[in-house]
Write a protein of this length. Structure first.
Length: 206
């Protein structure tokens, strides 16, 4: 069973539909600790502000089951956009702690010297893999993915970064630490290239 965690934020229906399109048979949108505890794959979506999402996740009642499943059972999880940012220790956007599963912080885009930078970073952009990984298997090097965000992650360990994207400067757009994976872009809005990310998550990544 694949569980998309429902804690009040995220594009839940479109993620579920995309997973169905790549062949997933048992996809559930749920805030049930019991269903999270039984999941074979987990997806943590997220849109909006860091503090609101962190609070709502902790108030949802699923966090204990989620940590048991991810940290102790090693269940694969994919964080999407703000969901990925929640994996960090915290964010410049607020004061709430993150999950602390991947060392690092979420920071706001910084304007480049001598010119302004469009914030939020919104629209289509490419990714540049920095190491091979099953999550990126079969990806078209010219593919573009849909981004919409004003903050990005800075991993404390460079080896946790799978791919970067240029927006004024290079930032981490795909990350992985063992069974914990994330994309800054929205694969559910990225058409066939996003489908490939989901397919890899279900098949080759783990």
């Amino acid at each position: 069973m694949i569980v998309i965690i429902d804690y009040g934020v995220g594009n839940l229906g479109s993620i579920r539909n995309m997973l169905k399109r790549v062949g997933a048979q048992d996809v559930t949108v749920s805030s049930s600790p019991t269903e999270v505890a039984e999941a074979e794959r987990l997806i943590l979506p997220g849109v909006g502000s860091f503090d609101n999402a962190a609070r709502r996740l902790r108030e949802s009642g699923v966090l204990a089951s989620l940590e048991e499943r991810v940290l102790r059972a090693g269940t694969p999880i994919l964080g999407i956009c703000l969901g990925m940012q929640l994996f960090m220790d915290g964010s410049e956007e607020g004061v709430e702690p993150g999950l602390g599963w991947i060392p690092g912080r979420t920071v706001r885009f910084r304007e480049s010297a001598g010119r302004s930078l469009r914030i939020p970073h919104m629209g289509w952009n490419t990714i540049d893999p920095v190491r091979e990984d099953g999550l990126l298997a079969g990806m078209d090097p010219e593919a573009a993915y849909y981004f919409v965000h004003s903050y990005h992650v800075e991993c404390a360990v460079p080896g946790d970064v799978l791919a970067t994207t240029e927006h004024g400067y290079a930032f981490a757009s795909v990350i992985r630490r063992g069974n914990i994976m994330g994309t800054q872009f929205h694969p559910e809005k990225s058409h066939r290239h996003g489908m490939q990310i989901f397919r890899n998550f279900l098949e080759a990544a783990c």
